[in-house]
Design a protein around this ligand. Sequence first.
Ligand code: THG
Length: 382
Amino acid sequence: FQAEDGIRDPLWSRGLGDVYKRQRLRPSPFYDSTLKEGVREFTTYNNMLMPTGYGDPEGEYWRLINGVSQWDVAVERQVQLKGPDAGKLAQILAPRDLRNCKTGQGKYVPICNHDGILLNDPILLKVDEQCYWLSIADSNIWFWAKAVASERRLDVEVSEPDVSPMAIQGPKSDDVVASVFGVWVRELKYFWFRESSIEGIPVVVARSGWSKQGGYEIYLLDGSQGTRLWDIFREAGKPWDIGPGNPNLTERIESGLLSWGGDTDEQTNPFEVRMGKFMDLDLSDEVIGIEALQKIHAEGPRRHQLGLIMDGEEPIRPGFVWNDIMVEGNKIGDLTNHVWSRRMEKNIGFALVSTKSQPGDEVKVNRDNQSIKGKLVELPFL
Ligand code: THG
C-alpha cells in the first residue's frame, strides 16, 4: 500500500459532501494513529482503508480474547436520516419493526431490496425522534436511502455526518472505557448508546462491536480529533495492556458473526444467514422487500448457513474465495469465509448450503485441487 497524494488532507473541515464526490479513498480520522501503531496491512471498505493487521496475528488475537484491543473502524460509515420523516424512511428501509426502538437504542437490522435480497446489515442508531444513523457494512446505502426518500416523496435529508467509530473490544474493555467516562458505561445495555464528551471531544459511547468478547464503540463526532481520541484510550488502557487490533477474522468466525459480502452473495436473503429473528413479516407493504420476504418465508428458504469443521490438524490459508461443498459428487453449497481457529485448533468456516443438508452431515470441500473432508455443525462454533 502506498498513501495516495492528499490522503492526509484535513478534509473533515471541508464538508463531507465535497469529499464524497472527489475522494476515491478517504482516510480515517485515526489513520495517523494506526500508522504510528505500526499498521502493516489494510483492506478497502466503503471507499476507505481499514487496518487488517499490525504484524502479530497471534498476539492480536489473544489480546482480543484475554485483554483489550483498540480498532479503527471508521470504515463503518454513517448514513444519517434527518427530518420529520426520518423514522418513516428508516422503517421503509428495514424489514424489522422499529416502533419500539427508543432514542438511545441501537438495533441490528437487515436492509433488503425489493426481491428480499440482503443489501447491507447495519446497526441502526436512533439518535432522536427525527434523526437515525445507519452504521453500514461495505455497500453504499447512502445512494439507496437517498433514492428511496425521493421516490416516496419523504421530508427527510439523507447525508453523511462527521461520525467515525473506534472500537474498544475484549474482556478488559469495560475497565478501560469506565476509566475514561465513568462507571455509567458499565450499565449500558447491549447496542444502547449515550452522547458524552472527553476532554472537549464530542462522542457517542455505545455497547457494541464486531466481536463476542464484549466491548464498546466510541463514535467520534469531530473528525479533526481522531489522533487525540486515539491517544486518550491508548493512555487510559495502559494498565490493562491495551494494544491495536482490528475486526478479527478468526474470532468473528468462531463467534458466528456474519460478514455481509464475505458470507453473502447476490442472491442471499436474511433467512439464509440466520437473520430471520431480526425480521418482522407483518410490517406494512410499504417496507421494501416485505412481500418478497413473506413469500420466501412461506415457501421456505432454499439455503441456510451452518458451520463447517474440516478434517486435518494443520492451519490452511484463510479463505475469502468461496469453495464448493460436495456430497456424493454433487454440489450442495459453498464454503464462504474460513480460517484456522486458534481455540479449536481446526480449520472452520461458514457453509451456505441447501436446507436439505443438516448439522452432522459429512461433506467434502473442493479447495486448491484437493478434496478436504468435513462435517456440518450448528453456529456459533464457540
Ligand atoms: N459496528 C458498527 N457498525 C457496523 C458494524 C459494527 N457496521 C458494519 C457491520 N459491523 C454490520 N454488521 C454486524 C453484524 C453483526 C453484528 C453487528 C454488526 C452483531 N451481531 C450479534 C450476533 O449476530 O450475534 C448480535 C445481534 C443481536 O443480538 O441483535 O453484533 O460492528 N457500529
